[in-house]
Design a protein around this ligand. Structure first.
Ligand code: DQA
Length: 151
């Protein structure tokens, strides 16, 4: 029963070695660790999941509708531009979520400018690298009432 569910889409398990000129040197483990520190500092529960499988992400989002999850932070990665099904899962559970991208998707290939998530998201953070996750987690903590969330 997490307060915040942090979801990572396909290929984000490769962060650190994957196209470092675009995605930087930070690993997914480091991103998760930073998110966990921020949550534990204020007594909030965090669950993280990375999956290369659309099905697994959809199933986890569906579960978040009944397991007490209060906020979702998600980088849908390539599913951002393709997955009506993952969008529909988020719409179905109706939890607030923030969409995060490490890179500035608007400054890349035209197909990355379309997101199936942005119009449902409470906010979209892109182009800030790992700091985007920290910002999203901090805002999520504030929104669900954990005062004194780290800046
Ligand atoms: C990404 C951007 C997507 O276009 C891409 O498919 C990713 C990562 C980002 O974090 O910048 O896998 O979501």
């Amino acid at each position: 029963m997490p307060d915040i569910l942090l979801l990572h889409g396909p290929n984000l398990n490769l962060l650190g070695t994957r196209e470092p000129g675009i995605y930087g040197a930070c690993t997914l483990e480091e991103i998760n660790h930073s998110a966990l520190s921020r949550c534990t500092a204020v007594g909030a529960r965090l669950e993280t999941l990375q999956s290369n499988s659309e099905s697994e992400l959809i199933s986890r989002v569906q579960l978040s509708g009944t397991d007490g999850t209060r906020f979702i932070v998600i980088n849908p990665a390539a599913f951002t531009h393709t997955s009506v099904a993952l969008r529909d899962a988020l719409a179905a559970v109706g939890l607030p979520f923030i969409e995060v991208h490490l890179s500035n998707v608007h400054a890349r290939e035209p197909f990355r400018r379309q997101s199936f998530f942005s119009d449902l998201a409470q906010a979209v953070v892109c182009g800030l690298g790992p700091r985007g996750y920290e910002t999203a987690v901090d805002v999520a903590l504030e929104q669900i009432g954990f005062r004194g969330a780290p800046a």
